[in-house]
Design a protein around this ligand. Structure first.
Ligand code: SF4
Ligand code: SF4
Length: 73
């Protein structure tokens, strides 16, 4: 069982609060602009495997762009 987060790129405004909030520094900002003109947050497949499912990233996101799934198969 693993945890998983999904970042909705279309909702992300690129504020980077989630990158600061993640205690494991798993989230980074993309270098590619999204359709809204922002640099969205992203998480690599490798870092996704390290996610503890703490939900801190989702809690601080002002745009509700992050969903945390705990205990995904
Ligand atoms: S759920 Fe916790 S560990 Fe996982 S990416 Fe978000 S802040 Fe980081
Ligand atoms: S906190 Fe939300 S809006 Fe801000 S960069 Fe992270 S996902 Fe995007």
């Amino acid at each position: 069982m693993t945890n998983k987060i999904v970042i909705d790129e279309l909702l992300c405004k690129g504020c980077a609060l989630c990158t600061e909030a993640c205690p494991q520094n798993l989230i980074i900002m993309s270098s590619e602009i999204n359709r809204q003109g922002f640099l969205p947050a992203q998480i690599s497949a490798e870092n996704l495997e390290k996610c503890s499912g703490c939900t801190m990233c989702a809690l601080v996101c002002p745009d509700v762009a992050i969903t945390v799934f705990k205990g995904c198969a």
